[in-house]
Structure formats: C-alpha cells, structure tokens
Design a protein around this ligand. Structure first.
Ligand SMILES: NC(=O)c1ccc[n+]([C@@H]2O[C@H](COP(=O)([O-])OP(=O)(O)OC[C@H]3O[C@@H](n4cnc5c(N)ncnc54)[C@H](O)[C@@H]3O)[C@@H](O)[C@H]2O)c1
Length: 344
C-alpha cells in the first residue's frame, strides 16, 4: 500500500522539488496550497516531469474544513496520511518586519490549525520547514543544532515559535514525532529545467537576482556590503541545491516513521560557506554570462557569515548534500533561460 503524505505549500519552490522526490520514492503526496505565492501550473509541470498524477486541492492551511476533508480523502482512498510535510507559510524577512501580524497569522496560527486537524485525524508525524534564521547572530560557527535560538526578525520568530510549539505538542503525547528541518540557502532548480524558483516582483534572495540580471531583466546586482569580516568582505552563506534539500524531506519522513517518537531538529546545509562574489564568479564561469554588480552599504539585520554543521543530518537521516555550487548555477540558469518569465 502506498504511503500518503500531506504536503502543505507543495506548489512552492521547495515544495514542488520535494514532490518530485516523493513521487520518485513511491510516496503518494497530497498537496494543499492556496497559491498565494505559486500557481497550479507548477503541479502540471511536476506531473509532466514525473509521469505521475498529483492529488491537490486549492485551500488555506488555516481552514480546518479543507484539512479535515483531505485527511478523510486519504483514508477513503485506502492510504491514510502517515506524515504531514508543512511548507506553507510566508517567507520574506523584510515583509515580515513591515507586516508582522500577517506572518504570525499565516505561519503560527496556520500551524496551530494544522496540528489540531492532525489530532482529529490521528496523524502523529510532521516534518516542518524551519530555517537557519532561527539562530540569529552566530555565537560560534558552524551552527550546530544546540546553538541558542535568537531570531532577529518576525519571520525568524514565527519559525522559532512553531518549533517550540512542536516540542510541546510532542511532549503531550509520547506517540508524536516532529522533525524540524533548518534550511540554509536553497538555490538552483531541478536538472530538467522544468521547475524552479519563480519569485513575484523583486527577488528577496541573491540567486534569483543573479539569474534575472544574467537574462537582462535587471540591470545589475546590488551587493549589500563589502566590508564584512569575510575573505572578500561580502556576506557568506551556505548554499545548497534545492534538489538536495528536497531529498532531505524524503529522508526526514523516513526518519519520522522509523525513529522513536519525539521532537528533533536538523540543519540542512552543505557545511561550506560561499561569499556573494564567489557565487557571482561561479555563476559567470559556469554559464558564460556576465553579472554586472554594484556595491552598496550593509543592509540592517544581515549577518556577516553563516554555515551549517550538517553532521546530525548526515548521520541520523542518512542525508548529504551532494551537488556542487557549479551544479546549482548550471541548473538554476537552465531554468531561468528556458523559462524567462517563470511559470506562465
Ligand atoms: N526558500 C528559502 O530560502 C527558505 C529558507 C528557509 C526556510 N524556508 C521555508 O520553507 C518553506 C517553503 O519555502 P519556499 O521557498 O518553497 O516558499 P514558497 O513561497 O515558494 O512556497 C510556499 C508555498 O506555500 C503556499 N502558502 C503560503 N501560505 C499558505 C497558506 N496559508 N495555506 C496554503 N498554502 C500557503 C504558497 O502559495 C507557496 O506555494 C516556507 O515555510 C519557508 O519559510 C524557505
């Protein structure tokens, strides 16, 4: 019998890549997405890419009735949901500062409604999209999972709050399991060029900005700060290929199904830092495109450098990021150049 997983936010950037990995691993993913930052066209691409049909419903994770209906649907189909993979949420740090209540409503309240529906449906496993943002200013690097959590913005605080809530939820019932995946910086796209990141408006993150400059949609890249205490003065992040990150979710669901119940956290990163200018250079040499850039002052709230210690995920989940920065650049460029306007 197939194993069903409910994937909230499954049409998004990371969710869509994860669907491909779940389908390849023989799971039956059921997607709930309100398409506030994606479109149903993404799911059609996933179907074309995998040759498999995807069960999905348009709806909001804060709507208990939609959740109840999806858990019932899975039961009626003979494959009850064994685990929820919870991507749905808002993710722009700057916007979270301007509109904090939208973030608490979507990310925290949405998670409460989801957990309540899981209780009604007696689903006791969840994999949650957390973020390296929960750590805040590094006291030591690489970040290990026991680094104190001190997020510096509302977005990061919503993630830390949901992690705390999941710890309490697990403590209240010895049969429950929560796996918090603390993502570092996913970039790139599926190697087919069929799915990728399609940000609305000005990209919030570096990599889609680079690809949009390379394709001529934007004049130049703005680099915020070149006087950080890093080798070339620009900010350092731990970039990982989105397909490696997607694979981490299959490994996390497998872990949740086999491990003793409890609440766990894992860093998903490569363990290597790359500066802004190193990423630009790698992109240029991999793709043959030039990326003009201008150096501006530091952006308030940006951390100079961060990278993961992924050894817990390596050892306990059996997961390792295997793709290189060059793979990330090549695959991200293939997506951007084949789909200059994203999903249209
Ligand atoms: N992309 C990153 O760099 C990054 C890093 C760390 C953590 N995360 C987290 O990972 C998750 C996925 O990120 P992503 O980059 O794929 O973002 P995304 O915006 O591409 O995907 C999120 C999806 O959730 C949907 N959604 C949002 N609110 C919803 C709601 N209330 N009900 C139903 N659907 C809803 C959106 O339409 C979208 O399809 C998010 O929780 C994000 O905070 C992302």
């Amino acid at each position: 019998m197939k194993t069903s997983v409910l994937v909230t936010g499954g049409a998004g950037y990371i969710g869509s890549h994860t669907l491909v990995e779940f389908l390849a691993a023989g799971y039956h993913p059921i997607v709930l997405d309100n398409f506030c930052n994606s479109s149903p066209g993404v799911l059609r691409r996933v179907e074309a890419l995998t040759g498999r049909s995807v069960t999905w419903r348009e709806g909001d994770v804060r709507d208990a009735s939609v959740l109840d209906a999806l858990f019932s649907l899975a039961r009626e189909q003979g494959a009850p949901v064994e685990c929820v993979v919870h991507f749905a949420g808002l993710k722009a740090v700057g916007e979270s500062v301007a509109k904090p209540l939208d973030y608490y409503d979507n990310n925290v309240y949405g998670s409460i409604v989801l957990l309540q529906a899981m209780e009604r449906a007696q689903v006791r496993r969840i994999v949650f999209s957390s973020s390296a943002t929960v750590y805040g200013e590094p006291r030591s690097l690489p970040y290990t999972e026991d680094h104190p959590l001190a997020p510096t913005n509302p977005y990061g605080r919503t993630k830390a709050m949901v992690e705390a809530m999941l710890a309490d939820w697990c403590a209240a019932d010895p049969g429950r399991t929560a796996v918090n995946l603390r993502y570092f910086n996913p970039i790139g796209a599926h190697a087919s060029g069929q799915i990728g990141e399609s940000p609305r408006g000005t990209p919030n993150n570096l990599f889609p900005y680079i690809t949009q400059v390379a394709i001529g949609k934007r004049e130049k890249l703005l680099v915020f700060g070149n006087d950080y205490p890093t080798p070339d003065g620009t900010g350092v992040r731990d970039y990982l290929h989105v397909s490696d990150l997607a694979d981490g979710h299959v490994k996390a669901v497998e872990y949740a199904r086999r491990a003793r119940p409890g609440c766990f956290a894992f860093n998903l990163g490569t363990g290597r830092g790359t500066s802004v200018l190193e990423l630009v250079k790698a992109f240029e040499s991999t793709t043959g495109r030039t990326v003009p850039y201008e150096i501006l002052g530091r952006r308030p709230g940006d951390v100079a450098q961060m990278w993961a210690d992924p050894s817990a995920a390596n050892e306990l989940l059996g997961w390792r990021a295997s793709r290189s920065i060059e793979d990330m650049c090549r695959d991200g460029w293939r997506w951007q150049s084949q789909n200059p306007d994203g999903y249209v």
